[in-house]
Design a protein around this ligand. Sequence first.
Ligand code: DX5
Ligand code: ZN
Length: 218
Amino acid sequence: MPLIAPSILSADFAKLGEEVRAIDAAGADWVHIDVMDGHFVPNLTIGPGVVKALRPHSAKPFDVHLMISPVDLFLDAFAEAGADYITVHPEAGPHLHRTVQRVKALGKKAGVSLNPATPAKMLDYVLEDIDLVLIMSVNPGFGGQKFISSQLRKIEAVANRIAKQNLDVLVEVDGGIDAETAPLAIAAGADVLVAGSATFRGGPDHYAPNIRALRGDA
Ligand code: DX5
Ligand code: ZN
């Protein structure tokens, strides 16, 4: 059974606390929070202040996806704000290994995210130190984009490698996940599915059935 991490990027930003409580009640496993800086990606979203304000609204893991560069300046702030997982892109700083070490030193789970054109090879010297690999199945920046199917090969390669090395690392897939693409990602080896538009479409009454459909038990 995959874990479902709704991306609040597709939530109603005017009532984010309520939206987080609604996806929690609808059966979300994690809360995926997309942080964008208008520099690393062409969009601006939320900062540590909003993460902190949302923290009391759910006890579920906050899965914070940092699309900001330089990323190191903000690791402490997101840790203090209540992140459980902190995921960074290798291109977002000059010293990925140091960044991962800092996240771990802050007592948080560390993730590394691979853009569609970023090879799995980037994980060679950090895979043993991290808790999560986030494979982007769209170019980061926006919700509602189409799943890039070449990423299925990457999901499979990373999942196989984790199994072969017997590592305790989750494979998460982010972008264009819906009831059609979810089974493909799961078959390729995904443990966690991020879904923004597919979770929030239709409004609060649809969150629970939308999440069940992603799990394949609609
Ligand atoms: C894109 C974000 C995603 C996004 C996914 O940069 O990382 O988490 O919200 O949105 P959907 O599920 O609509 O593709
Ligand atoms: Zn994301």
